[in-house]
Design a protein around this ligand. Structure first.
Ligand SMILES: Cc1ncc(COP(=O)(O)O)c(C=O)c1O
Length: 441
């Protein structure tokens, strides 16, 4: 009798506990399970984004949310084909199409981002940061600034400690902001110079803005031995350099010589990182780090507060701050870059570029007609080993006397490059995208 009562009460207990467990599981499921079923205002945007991303465009193009026709009456996303491909799905190879190696689009990182579709996507609400200002009355995202500082310290390429950070619409906006800050109220107009071959925007911008505070004065070569020590100089120093990928240091010395250090390519996928740089003004750009040139986001690390304030005033006057959508996207991308200490993206970029470089230089090593810049393997603190060269651009030279106009020689072979700003013009800049095609010369 006693055993019977014991048996039925343990059965009751069993049913009670299993019933309450199932109820809890059901409640848990309803609260946290199938989150995607509970999407509200993001659902349509997510479905649109997935529909566009699902188009393969035959591997020779991409479809975008803001592509022509999409969302309109036709409602179908359309492929935008890469150069030399056409047709609605980009499957047609266009005949007699020249290989365009003039563009500096860093699309070699696109496959990396496609592999991280989920972690790199950003959803922007219709009311996202509509104000001119961001946090605490500033125009800069404090969270993004924190991640930029972390990036520099993880990669070990630039000392951010104690520096002011200023954002820019690409680093392009910051080039002239820095010239303005360094030439402000100098006794005579500053001479803006760079060592050839140099990135063309230094010259075109300085000439276009045509200020009474500064003027374009050409190649440092003409000035390095000047005996007039009262001249003011602002020198653009690009390291590693665009286009030849070599390290650079200021050429002009003297009491009134100032430098703007453009480190657009000082990242481990383009070059070895032998040391941490620590200069007065250092410029960086998302375009070359993650490949998102269209986001138009760059930054400067600045030592001197007065220089920082001048540059800040320049950008505030020029564009009243920086796109909040760009800052949001930059933050998301840098978070992905920082996963696993930056190894994944920089390793991917390095492997891609060094592989292209090896193929190109191996084929051109057999040629007497063309040569490339020489870059030696170098120890990299980031990868902690000696790494092979992986420059963003090929700096090609036509060696034959009769090929003095290198641009013409290449265009005759169906290749569009960019003529160099050096005399004689036997040098050409070929952008990274082309490197396979040149190999067939
Ligand atoms: C040396 C150098 N600096 C600056 C830039 C400008 O980059 P962005 O305006 O995209 O940030 C470039 C772009 O090609 C560059 O090569």
């Amino acid at each position: 009798m006693g055993n019977k009562t014991q048996g039925s009460s343990s059965k009751c207990l069993f049913f009670f506990f299993s019933g309450s467990l199932s109820l809890n599981l059901l409640l848990l499921y309803l609260s946290f399970g199938r989150q995607s079923d509970r999407l509200t205002w993001t659902r349509t945007a997510a479905l649109e984004a997935e529909a566009v991303a699902s188009l393969s465009c035959s591997g020779h193009g991409r479809a975008f949310l803001d592509g022509i026709g999409f969302g309109s009456s036709q409602g179908e996303p359309a492929c935008e084909c890469y150069g030399c491909y056409g047709g609605s799905d980009c499957s047609e190879l266009l005949p007699d199409c020249p290989a365009d190696a003039d563009s500096g689009d860093p699309l070699f990182l696109e496959p990396f981002w496609m592999q991280r579709a989920e972690s790199s996507a950003v959803m922007v609400s219709g009311w996202h940061r509509m104000s001119y200002q961001i946090t605490k009355g500033t125009m800069l995202s404090i969270e993004l600034e924190k991640h930029i500082r972390k990036l520099h310290s993880v990669i070990g390429n630039a000392n951010e400690t104690g520096k002011f950070i200023l954002f820019g619409v690409g680093s392009t906006q910051l080039l002239n902001a820095a010239v303005h800050a360094l030439s402000y109220k100098t006794l005579s107009p500053a001479y803006v110079v760079a060592t050839a071959p140099y990135y063309g925007a230094y010259e075109t911008q300085t000439k276009l803005f045509n200020s009474e505070d500064y003027e374009w004065a050409g190649d440092t070569f003409q000035w390095k031995n000047t005996s007039d020590s009262s001249l003011n100089f602002v020198e653009f120093v690009t390291s590693p350099n665009n286009p030849d990928g070599l390290p650079r240091h200021p050429v002009i010395q003297g009491p009134f010589a100032k430098a703007i250090h453009d480190h657009a390519y000082y990242w481990p996928h383009f070059t070895a990182i032998p040391s941490m740089v620590d200069e007065e003004i250092m410029l960086f750009t998302l375009s070359k780090i993650t490949g998102h040139a269209g986001t138009r986001f760059g930054w400067a690390l600045i030592k001197d507060e007065e220089v920082y304030n001048r540059m800040l005033k320049y950008t505030a006057t020029n564009t009243i701050g920086f796109s909040h959508e760009s800052q949001l996207r930059a933050l998301k991308l840098l978070k992905v870059v920082l996963q696993r200490g930056g190894r994944d993206m920089f390793q991917f970029g390095y492997t891609t570029l060094s592989d292209r470089w090896r193929k190109l230089s191996t084929s051109l090593s057999l040629s007497k007609r063309f040569s490339l810049q020489k870059i030696a393997p170098q120890y990299c603190n980031f990868f902690q080993r000696i790494r092979e060269p992986s420059p963003g651009y090929a700096w090609l030279k036509c060696e034959m006397e009769e090929d003095e106009d290198c641009e013409r020689v290449l265009s005759g072979a169906g290749i569009i490059g960019r003529a160099a700003n050096v005399i004689p013009r036997a040098r050409m800049i070929l952008r990274a995208k082309l490197q396979f095609s040149v190999a067939s010369l």
